[in-house]
Ligand binder design. Structure first.
Ligand code: RNT
Ligand code: ZN
Length: 423
């Protein structure tokens, strides 16, 4: 950061002093925050539609609700919208793509035939914008996912089709990592499961394991790409049984050197993933988090700074594990301005990280180790009303993006001049 203390706003100076009185250096927190890249989910921009040239509205447990006008219809529109959102988000980030966002030039390219060539438009754009890319196989929204099973399908042709798809997705990820000089995180989530009681859970899980073994047998240089597997508790249409549950994937990831991916919306409603961080860090070198927000049966509401998010970032910072974790945003709300949704969710995640980075760790640890649990709880409580907002505004200003609420008008004017003009 190129910052001169003379540029400090008055409220930041006061905040800096107040944190300093508790032994917290706001400047180190700002430096740490500026180096955290979040992977921004392209799919918020078009309600998880993608650019395939065939009817891909088939099955698979993902459902965006709402019909706010102006969603991106083409790769260029989506890239323009992401660029707009990133201009309102402080720092340098990554963009997370799904296989369905390839550019197929009007051709019908099925999922098992996708190749790096279909993503050169994205790679060139990322190079130009100095962004890195992450990637996901798309094992939903396809006729071969209609029956509810992909990699765990008992139809051998269907299972093989999805294996080929994920193999191609890993190759594409490696190509992205190579072209952009930053390892591409490839995440695998499949919708497989049943709406009602399933009598052969063991069989489906054995099939999924067999498919994964085949997929990950191909070792790819971690300097190019890293693999993650994402579990889920239940989905729309898979309320009773999900093949790729937490208990299924966690041992698989740990024993096979893959990253576990924990999505904040994929657990029991009272189960916070914050508490899992310090446990998993004992076994997994790196973790991927899908930063999301579950509301009743929907796992993908726009992220806000709530207790779950605070618990997650607190635990990562307290574990001094920022270098071992990856944050990917995962939400899609089709009922509000989509650029606004991106900015709300991404800034909320950064605010939560900043809050955590401003925790008086040494003092709290001192209280804890001297069994002064009253003081520990009291200080944690007092921290909630500390002037984190002034530090956040300073961060935005230094990063040349609008501080506070001033970005809201910017999104509304983009709606007036760009997205609102789309039919
Ligand atoms: C679905 C998973 C998955 C998707 C995205 C689009 O429940 O969370 O991560 O949301 O890949
Ligand atoms: Zn997810």
């Amino acid at each position: 950061m190129t910052h001169t203390p003379a540029a400090d706003s008055q409220s930041y100076s006061i905040a800096r002093e107040r944190y300093a009185a508790l032994g917290v250096d706001t400047e180190s927190a700002l430096t740490a925050l500026s180096s955290i890249a979040l992977s921004v989910n392209c799919w918020q921009g078009d309600d998880v539609t993608g650019f395939e040239q065939f009817d891909s509205t088939g099955g698979g447990g993902i459902q965006a609700t709402g019909n706010f006008p102006g969603k991106a219809r083409t790769p260029d529109e989506l890239r323009a919208d992401i660029t707009k959102a990133l201009s309102l988000i402080p720092g340098t980030h990554r963009v997370n793509l799904h296989a369905m966002y390839g550019e197929f030039g009007g051709a019908r390219v099925d999922r098992d035939e996708i190749a790096p060539a279909h993503f050169t438009g994205w790679i060139d754009w990322a190079k130009d914008k100095k962004l890195a890319l992450d990637f996901n196989a798309t094992c939903f929204a396809h006729p071969k996912a209609d029956a509810g099973f992909t990699l765990s399908s008992k139809d051998e042709a269907v299972r093989k089709f999805w294996i080929r798809h994920v193999q191609q997705a890993r190759e594409i990820s490696a190509a992205m990592g190579r072209a952009l000089g930053s390892p591409c995180v490839h995440n695998l989530w499949i919708p497989d499961g049943t709406k009602d009681a399933c009598v052969d859970k063991l069989g489906y899980r054995a099939l999924l394991k067999r498919s994964l073994d085949e997929i990950y047998a191909a070792k790819i240089d971690p300097a190019l790409m890293k693999d993650a597997v994402e579990s889920k508790l239940f989905g729309i249409g898979s309320e009773s049984f999900v093949v790729g549950s937490y208990d299924f994937y966690m041992p698989y990831a740990v024993t096979n050197g893959l990253m576990p991916c924990l999505d904040m919306g994929h657990y029991h409603p009272t189960e916070s993933i914050g508490d899992k961080v310090s446990a998993l860090l004992q076994y997994a070198p790196e973790l991927l988090f899908h930063v999301s927000r579950g509301v009743r049966w929907d796992s993908d509401h726009v992220v806000i700074l709530n207790d779950d998010l605070a618990a997650l970032t607190d635990e990562i910072v307290r574990s001094q594990a920022l270098a071992r974790v990856h944050f990917a945003l995962d939400f899609f709300d089709a009922s509000i301005n989509r650029i606004g949704a991106w900015v709300i969710g991404t800034r909320a995640t950064q605010k939560s990280l900043l809050r955590s980075l401003l925790e008086p760790r040494t003092t709290l640890l001192g209280y804890e180790e001297s069994e002064n649990n009253f003081a520990r709880l009291a200080l944690l409580e007092e921290m909630k009303l500390m002037p984190v907002g002034a530090v956040w505004d300073e961060f935005c200003t230094r990063m040349n993006v609008p501080p506070g609420a001033s970005w809201i008008a910017d999104v509304m004017s983009y709606q007036e001049t760009v997205t609102g003009k789309r039919s």
